[in-house]
Design a protein around this ligand. Sequence first.
Ligand code: GLP
Length: 243
Amino acid sequence: MKVYKAKDYDAMSRKAANIIAAQVILKPNSVLGLATGSSPIGTYEYLAAKYQNGDVDFSGVTSVNLDEYKGLDASNDQSYRYFMNQNLFSKVNIPLENTYVPDGTEPDSDKACAAYNEILRKVGTVDLQLLGLGHNGHIGFNEPGDFFPDETHCVDLAEKTIQANKRFFASAEDVPRQAYTMGIGTIMRARTVLVVVSGADKAPILKQVLEGPITPQVPASILRLHPNAILVADEAALSETDI
Ligand code: GLP
């Protein structure tokens, strides 16, 4: 894994946006795998600025998001579709019809996952997959488990994830208990994987991801086997490693 150490969240965001911008400039019809959470917000801000000053054109881009809460629709301000519209899609010229997020409104999990797998097959190999890192090592909503799931599936969210994400909801009770997420296999088949990690609270898990065993108990650890994985992390997040 190639590691870029950034001074802070802003420098991390700027570096990650530069890498994504380079991808889109070199291949204007790129398929971008996108992520939500607080980690990529700054990256999206820099990308929006690059679009606004004419450096990057998103008109040929297709995007597929990692995950969505089961039960939330696009008008819910905690849904990941809403997040993407707010933080990126409304600020750049990506055609909205070429942006895909799992359908949280589909109550039948098998149906929702099969439909998203079909979309992923149609759009083809993801050129660059952006990822954040959960406090328990999850990527997308692939929680620690006994194996690495291949394709889109419905997950029961780990208690740690519910606690971490409750800050965005009125209370922990309001956090959905399930989500649809792209599988680890799909993530690993992306041509490039770009992980952004910031903050001292992520330092213990990042150390495990980089230096511990490669195990589904720490889902992000498998990224060390990816042929073209890039980590952009700030000093605080890397503070427990020798990097
Ligand atoms: C959420 C998302 C992940 C995200 C992670 C970390 O649960 N499903 O895609 O990477 O948690 O979030 P944050 O960047 O806010 O720490």
